[in-house]
Design a protein around this ligand. Structure first.
Ligand SMILES: [Zn+2]
Length: 568
């Protein structure tokens, strides 16, 4: 049953294991903190408690356990999260009834993609695709790690194979594996034919699409130009503006190396990994998007753009870099030497490639150097820099970094800092995207609470977080004295209160750590009681109840005396 599976998963996987494949975490007292993957932020407000197996973000208010984390980040339901975590934990899910019946539509699409991937891979041995891959210098390990495959030169080979396995035409169509013939309704054929197949996976390593590299000699077939690279269409599983090719394999290296290497093509990624640059990823047939950047930012804030020598104009690069800077990433760029295929260069000249990466220039310096090489005329150089460099500076939010690049730019163009600054002032002030979506969907606005209520919750959180300590004992007796209660009734606390307590009191708080909080609580309790008494007093006065008036006045006086005693 699923219940046992959940238990087994919880025993085998701790919350750090689950979260840290998506978020870079560092220890902060009892909890771990990192940048929230669910809203854009520059300072970490995402907390994970290894002890309780929970997470909470103070920025957007989301929180929960390992399962809800996977549901949110992978966009799956509980069952989907169960499947992902079971796989990670090496636990077999036992469903009652046939799993095929239970599979939702999305699950079916995942299945058909995964089967197609196996099928293509099974056709690779001895195929022209394998010959091509090897000719391009890919090793057997790389070929099998990326599950490269071969789409044979046949019209319906995959269609027939998957049909035999019980998949329907509509499922294959929805997955983008087959196409309907033009002008022949009801006739379907394989989308990928005679191609080397690269599976494209999501960050959890599940196949969501393919890229097929043509194997036609001279990229021509019957005199018709065929696309060199063919991608799956956008499907329910595949949104190309959200997918980074190889992020599933690169994310650990991105974290450990501290930067993402963005290369231009899929072949470049494979060669980079093969050469030891396991932090390389690529886009798949689309421009760099905000979603890509958010995905990268989960693992590192540094981005290295690896550009082909013949990169079609620097304009596109400038646009990508500007977007990345606006997202708060630090960007550097490296250009590969002319006349060499980047993939070949990376694997053949590993030393040279690492040297280039090591000496990579920050993006503004990179552009200044590029422009300086191309443009000898100083006037035109300044104009070109105004067009491509100033927007980059404008996109930087850190005042220190801005100041630095303003100096560099002025020096490089032979201008004064003032004139660069003046020019920048004239540029439209950019909206800071990093802060734009601080309030995201699903944001929880806590109901307004009184100061006494808030402090009461904090005290209870301390009891919960540091049980059986002198601190807890002191808080308990103080609380009972202040509230004049005989004992504390147990209650459920919001996760945020527990995280706040850990944050505020750290690993090993002393007995007196909460004294100030107790005093503040007492003050708030008395002030509230005083406010109430005043209302009573007004009522008694209005009613002309002399006895009650004296009674309430006495209470007010006693409360004031207590407040005075507190020194407030
Ligand atoms: Zn958040």
């Amino acid at each position: 049953m699923a219940g046992d599976t959940v238990q087994q998963i919880k025993e085998r996987l701790n919350i750090q294991d689950i979260v840290s494949s998506y978020v870079k975490l560092r220890r902060a007292g009892r909890s771990l903190v990192g940048l929230c993957p669910f809203h854009k932020e520059k300072t970490p407000s995402f907390h994970v408690s290894p002890e309780r197996g929970t997470w909470h973000c103070f920025g957007c208010g989301l929180g929960g356990d390992g399962f809800s984390f996977i549901e949110k980040i992978e966009g799956v339901d509980f069952k989907g999260a169960l499947k992902i975590l079971a796989e990670k934990a090496g636990v077999t899910i036992e469903y009652s009834g046939s799993s095929r019946e239970r599979s939702s539509r999305t699950e079916r699409l995942r299945e058909v993609m995964s089967r197609a991937c196996e099928w293509y891979a099974g056709k690779l041995a001895g195929s022209p695709a394998e010959a091509y891959a090897k000719r391009r210098g890919l090793t057997d390990e790389t070929i099998s790690a990326w599950r490269l495959g071969f789409a044979p030169e046949a019209w319906r080979a995959l269609l027939e194979a998957l049909t035999a396995e019980g998949f329907t035409v509509s499922e294959m169509l929805a997955a983008g594996l087959i196409k309907e013939a033009d002008g022949k309704q009801g006739t379907y054929y394989d989308r990928f034919r005679n191609r080397l197949m690269f599976p494209i996976c999501d960050s959890a390593g599940r196949v969501v699409a393919f890229t097929g590299r043509t194997l036609e000699a001279g990229d021509q077939k019957d005199g018709v130009q065929t696309a060199k690279y063919l991608n799956s269409p956008e499907t329910e599983l595949y949104h190309k503006s959200e997918i980074l090719f190889s992020i599933d394999k690169a994310r650990n290296a991105i974290r450990t190396r501290g930067f993402t290497c963005l290369v231009e093509g899929q072949m470049d990624v494979l060669h980079a990994h093969q050469a030891g640059f396991e932090n390389a990823v690529a886009l798949s047939g689309t421009a760099l998007s905000e979603r890509h950047l958010s995905l990268m930012k989960r693992f590192s804030e540094n981005l290295m753009l690896i550009l082909d020598a013949d990169t079609a104009g620097l304009k596109a690069t400038a646009r990508s870099a500007e977007l990345a800077l606006r997202h708060g990433l630090r960007v550097k760029a490296v250009k590969l030497p002319l006349g060499k295929d980047p993939a070949d260069f990376i694997s053949e000249d590993v030393k040279d490639f690492s040297l280039r990466i090591k000496n990579a220039k920050p993006i503004v310096e990179f552009f200044l150097a590029e422009l300086g090489e191309k443009e000898r005329d100083p006037h035109r150089l300044v104009r070109a820099a105004k067009e491509s460099v100033l927007p980059l500076i404008n996109a930087m939010s850190s005042p220190m970094e801005r100041e630095h690049v303003i100096q560099v730019t002025a020096r490089s163009l032979g201008l004064s800092h003032e004139s660069v600054r003046e020019e920048l002032k004239r540029m439209p002030k950019l909206f800071d995207v990093s802060d734009r979506t601080t309030t995201v969907q699903g944001t929880v606005t806590p109901p307004a609470r009184s100061p006494a209520e808030t402090r009461r919750e904090q005290l209870l959180a301390i009891l919960h977080t540091y049980p059986n300590t002198p601190l807890a004992e002191r808080v308990r007796s103080g609380y009972c004295r202040i509230t004049e209660a005989g004992q504390l009734s147990p209650q459920t606390l919001p996760e945020s209160a527990l995280f706040l307590a850990e944050q505020a009191f750290g690993d090993n708080p002393g007995e007196e750590a909460a004294d100030e909080l107790l005093r503040a609580f007492e003050e708030a309790v008395i002030r509230e009681a005083y406010q109430e008494s005043i209302i009573h007093l007004r009522r008694a006065e209005a009613a002309g109840d002399a006895v009650e008036i004296i009674h309430v006045q006495a209470r007010c006086a006693s409360l004031s005396a207590r407040l005075a005693a507190l020194g407030r």
